[in-house]
Design a protein around this ligand. Sequence first.
Ligand code: ZN
Length: 261
Amino acid sequence: MNRSGEFRVYAVRYATREASSGEHFYGGDPHDAPMPMDYFVWAAVSEERAVVIDTGFAADVAVRRGRRHLLCPTEALAEIGVDSRGVSPVILTHLHYDHIGNLQKFPAAQFVVQEKEMAFWTGRYAGRPHFRGIIEEEDILYLVRENFRGRLRFVSGSEEILPGIEVHRVGGHSAGLQVVSVRTGRGRVVLASDATHFYANLEQDRPFSVVQDLARMYGAFDIVRSLAGSSGHVIPGHDPLVMKRYPPARDGLEGVAVRIA
Ligand SMILES: [Zn+2]
């Protein structure tokens, strides 16, 4: 039984791809060894409610971008008892394609976005080559439209979303990237999303290769470290090790969903 305001936290793996280490560090990696990348969404679940963090991408986007889609994130969420059709809020860590697909499968959700992130993707640099390639236009357009229906909750900096769940803007990888800290039975867990794609980025102080502001990426490392009680309380955004370090959410969900706290 969880105490009120304490959440169980799950990571759900919905896609993966082969890759090499040179792709994952700003300036490359001299060893350039195989280093696959997983794609996740996360859920925080208490006795009273569920919150979803990010919404993944769909199978057609996976085909176009050469990723291996394992299942729709909403199917995996259903396996851990989270119905995407009813859940709210949904926190969007940032608006890159691998974090905000499938939005229409969350029809009841209020989407929590950092004001700076939304401003960036509707602003002057969004269409430049480096940036426009890492979003799906339809996802951004969906959010613009739903904003007129009152479905976006804009936040700026650090805010409590509900008791036990806070967001913190860190920027760096994207203009308004936010991390999510969740109160759990084993202390505060920081869902770092792309503030650190892999454990190695943070541990070795080596930012990832996709950059909006390099200095802020280092700053994001500092913020994540200060929020988390220990390195064991940080969950990176794309590291296959997450599936190895934590147990399956339940029998039968090996390789699909793990329980982090
Ligand atoms: Zn990502």
